[in-house]
Design a protein around this ligand. Structure first.
Ligand code: NAP
Ligand code: ZN
Length: 349
């Protein structure tokens, strides 16, 4: 029999989230059942709930930063057992056969990855539902192990904000001698600062919010640059060999590209939107690279969790109860988050 789950979700882009009852499927042989203890609130949840990207399916229970405890396993599962502390991120299924899957980039599966929510389950045609809920059922290969050294209550944001910043930092070889700028101090940005710091880089926080400067330094930034201060931006030209841009809306990239050293790279993870034009010279003058990055694969997500376990990297969480999700969305829109909302299921639905 499928399990009755409770959660909060929405029926349409213009509707607030509300309590919802729905079913979690009966375990398949390779499935794991998880009691969710915490779920992070990513700005993407807000984009998806409001159909900003034109790809949303309803009814939708959002949430792709999920941690909890295994309560049951299917007949063929050997990698997880009842009682294990585990996590699920943005991907719950893929073909695992195609070249991108074999290369560890399941997010680019040729048959399409199955997203944790608002996606069609390829096996039974149902809609996947996310982590703002009491339980979840997930294919074992997409369930990550939480290292013992991580505090489970503060780990959920690693599953999206963590991997989305870890992956490009690693791909572009950020390390001891790197001069890194992280643009936008929100959920992703604060993980970018912590991770780049833990990798040994010299980190500068680039922010629109002067009042966040002190926090940025506490999070591990060595320097803070106010992007609205034209003089300071001009003085910082050519200073960074890697920039991670997490701004969630369309914006002019030219002022940020000007901050790169020759051969420097800027990676965008935030703005999935048409952008104002870029001057070709912003890239050509200095052999600069502009790139994008989408979350990270399953093996790399486990590597990121292990890295955070080894280096004691935990997100800064503001814990809320489920009934506060709509308020949390409004605060996200107002840039009022320090630095990730996390729903604590123990506080009730
Ligand atoms: P967030 O917590 O809302 O943080 C975004 C930060 O960007 C804000 O705190 C603010 O920082 C800055 N910002 C906001 N509006 C701005 C504006 N108009 N101009 C300049 N800066 C602005 O969001 P998040 O959860 O970190 O997510 C960031 C973006 O990444 C979202 O669009 C999300 O959908 C996307 N995302 C992408 C991936 C991926 O795989 N690529 C994965 C997860 C999320 P300051 O106050 O410091 O300026
Ligand atoms: Zn996310």
């Amino acid at each position: 029999m499928p399990t009755q789950a409770k959660g909060w979700g929405t029926d349409a882009a213009d509707q607030p989230l509300k309590p919802m009852a729905f079913e979690r499927r009966d375990l398949r042989p390779d499935d794991v059942a998880i009691q969710i203890s915490h779920a992070g609130i990513c700005h993407s949840d807000l984009h998806m709930a409001r159909n900003d990207w034109g790809m949303s399916r309803y009814p939708m229970v959002p949430g792709h930063e999920i941690v909890g405890t295994v309560t049951d396993v299917g007949a063929k599962v050997s990698r997880h057992k009842i009682g294990d502390k585990v996590a699920i991120g943005c991907i719950v299924d893929s073909c695992k056969q195609c070249a991108p899957c074999r290369a560890g980039t399941e997010q680019f599966c040729e048959q399409g990855m199955t997203m944790t929510y608002s996606a069609v389950d390829k096996h039974d045609g149902t809609l996947t539902q996310g982590g703002y809920s009491t339980q979840v059922v997930c294919r074992d290969e997409f369930v990550l192990k939480l290292p013992d050294s991580l505090d489970i209550a503060r780990s959920a944001p690693l599953l999206c904000a963590g991997i989305t910043t870890y992956s490009p930092l690693r791909k572009f070889g950020v390390g001891k001698d790197s001069k890194v700028a992280v643009v936008g101090l929100g959920g992703l940005g604060h993980m970018g600062v912590k991770l780049a710091h833990a990798m040994g880089a010299h980190v500068t926080m680039v922010t629109t919010s002067p009042e966040k400067g002190g926090d940025a330094r506490e999070l591990g930034a060595h320097d803070v640059l106010l992007s609205t201060d034209g003089e300071a931006m001009a003085a910082a030209a050519g200073r960074f060999d890697f920039i991670l841009d997490t701004i969630p809306v369309a914006h002019d990239l030219n002022p940020y590209l000007a901050l790169l050293t020759p051969n420097g790279t800027m990676v965008m993870v935030g703005a999935i939107a048409p952008l104002p034009s870029i001057h070709g010279g912003s890239l050509i003058m200095g052999n600069k690279t502009l790139a994008g990055s989408l979350i990270g694969g399953i093996t790399e997500t486990q590597e990121m969790l292990d890295f955070c376990g080894q280096h004691g990297v935990h997100p800064d969480c503001e814990f809320i109860e489920m009934s506060q999700v709509n308020e949390a969305y409004e605060r996200l829109l107002k840039n009022d988050v320090r630095y990730r909302f996390v729903i604590d299921m123990a506080r009730g639905l």
